[in-house]
Design a protein around this ligand. Structure first.
Ligand code: NAD
Ligand code: UGA
Length: 456
């Protein structure tokens, strides 16, 4: 089956960049990315330096394809109606209420999409699960679709999880380690898989396109994220032991990573992993394991998250306990994004560290080269709300909170500096210029000269 019209529901970190790259590599396919958030669609259609996703190289791809064969639109119904293949790239956050709250993935956005696709479609469609989903979600989608569809329309559901990392999304999409496509074994299921294989084959070598059954594909995505996060928690747990014994975590990582069977990636000790996915996907895995009665498996994966919390806590306590009393001490927090080269602060370790410093009475100055002041305030307010902090207390805290546009001139007057994101400008800054030495807490192991660096 030849696909020449694609619709992608969800114009976020995944939908925007992935469709931009498919559009670039497949000029014969017309792609429309739709979203319920009209402001987001307007930004995608706006100036290239204000796209809703900050991602190196993205603007250059968008420049080539926008208006050629890539379109951003708020007209969801017409775009679905017109397309042969529909990607679902909507968010799948952790549930906040109902059964599985705090653990299971909230599938309401995926379910809304399924219902909408069924109601609007008048011709056969291939539905591609791009969002990260619990294993066996395709079954649920099928149920919804068959309940709401017009009788004579056929739907094939296939799984094609996304493995890009933020900050390197375009590079990752150009040269994926693998593209995973799962489908059912029926004739039309396999035809749908082939249609998607054909699209990726335009730039991904055939041997890197892996086709599996649909459940393996859904579960492989959760498992990949869990394994990556597990490596970080493993190395972070060892960083605590290094500090007690005089071993050095960087030397340890190097020594471990040179074993071919282990490999060097994802062994960098840190203040803890952040981002929108590792935590939610592991919680989802824990929930699924419990659901299937595998409590020991659930406990194993939960420990990865516990060590991550332990590490963030350990780092924060290190700062606080370095002073007799941290009250009114000036702490400069460098970096708010959960990693360098992204404007995304979802679940960033910075939020936890800054929040606890503020609650301990420190004067906290925050700088990030990309994350906006509004976003930083919204991240902190979320925690204030969650902890039921009173308005009076919030006002007291806000008098001690400063979100700044440059960091250099604040360094000499700071009592402590916490480096949370490994932005190049922190790495490249000439720290020898610092006259009065504040205590430097290097959460990313990027400086040579430091007061405290994790694992050393
Ligand atoms: P996001 O929040 O950036 O984007 C999701 C978009 O979907 C939002 O703009 C939202 O308005 C839109 N949306 C929700 N319901 C909708 C509906 N019914 N109709 C139309 N639009 C709707 O999320 P994201 O970071 O792009 O993640 C999307 C999925 O991809 C998640 O399942 C995530 O786990 C997975 N994933 C994310 C990354 C990443 O780096 N962010 C990488 C791999 C996989
Ligand atoms: C991660 C995965 O790497 C992607 O493959 C996956 O598609 C994506 O999640 C997803 O499903 O959302 P991402 O979260 O964007 O990508 O970024 P990573 O590079 O994985 O970093 C995640 C966090 O781990 C960051 O806070 C980073 O600083 C931290 N990290 C990473 C470490 O602390 N140590 C390391 O060695 C590597």
């Amino acid at each position: 089956m030849k696909v020449n019209k694609i619709c992608c529901i969800g114009a976020g970190y995944v939908g925007g960049p992935t469709m931009a790259v498919i559009a670039l590599k497949c000029p014969e396919i017309q792609i429309t990315v739709v979203d319920v958030n009209k402001d987001k669609i307007n930004s995608w259609n706006g100036p290239l330096d204000q796209l809703p996703v900050f991602e190196p190289g993205l603007d250059q791809v968008i420049k080539q394809v926008r208006g050629r064969n890539l379109f951003f639109s708020a007209d969801i119904d017409n775009s679905i109606f017109d397309s042969q293949m529909i990607f679902m790239a909507v968010n799948t956050p952790t549930k906040t209420s109902g059964e599985g709250a705090g653990m299971a993935a909230d599938l309401k956005y995926v379910e809304e999409c399924a219902k909408k696709i069924a109601e609007v479609s008048r011709s056969d469609k291939i539905i591609v699960e791009k969002s990260t989903l619990p294993v066996r979600t395709a079954e649920k989608i099928k149920e919804i679709i068959y309940k709401h569809r017009s009788n004579d329309v056929n739907f094939d559901i296939i799984s094609n999880p996304e493995f890009l990392a933020e900050g390197t999304a375009i590079e990752d999409l150009f040269k994926s380690d693998r593209v995973l496509i799962g489908g059912d074994e029926s004739f039309s299921g396999q035809r749908a898989v082939s249609a998607l294989v054909e699209i990726y084959s335009k730039w991904i070598p055939k041997e890197k396109i892996l086709t599996t059954n649909i459940w393996s594909s859904e579960l492989a995505k959760l498992a990949s994220n869990a394994m990556l996060a597990q490596r970080i928690s493993s190395i972070n747990s060892l960083s605590a032991l290094c500090e007690k014994t005089g071993a050095n975590i960087e030397e340890l990582s190097r020594a471990i990573g040179m074993d071919n069977r282990i490999g060097p990636e994802f062994l960098k000790a840190s203040v803890g992993f952040g981002g929108s996915c590792f935590k939610k996907d592991i919680l989802n895995l824990v929930y699924l394991s419990k659901y299937y009665g595998l409590d020991d498996v659930a406990d194993y994966w939960l420990q990865v998250l516990k060590i991550n919390d332990y590490q963030k806590d350990r780092f924060t306590k290190k700062i606080i306990s370095s002073f007799k009393n941290i009250r009114d001490k000036k702490v400069l927090v460098l970096g708010w994004a959960f990693k360098a080269n992204t404007g995304d602060s979802r679940d960033s370790a910075a939020i936890y560290v800054a929040y606890n410093l503020i609650c301990s009475g420190a004067r906290v100055y925050i700088y990030d080269p990309v994350v906006s002041k509004a976003q930083i305030l919204s991240d902190l307010n979320f925690l204030f709300k969650e902890d039921n902090i009173s308005d009076v207390q919030k006002t007291i805290f806000s008098e001690k909170l400063f979100i700044i546009n440059s960091f250099e001139c604040e360094i000499n007057s700071s009592d402590a500096i916490a480096i949370i994101t490994e932005w190049d400008e922190f790495r490249d800054f000439d720290w020898n210029k610092v006259t009065k030495k504040p205590l430097i807490f290097d959460g990313r192991g990027i400086l040579k000269d430091f007061y405290y660096s994790i694992g050393k």
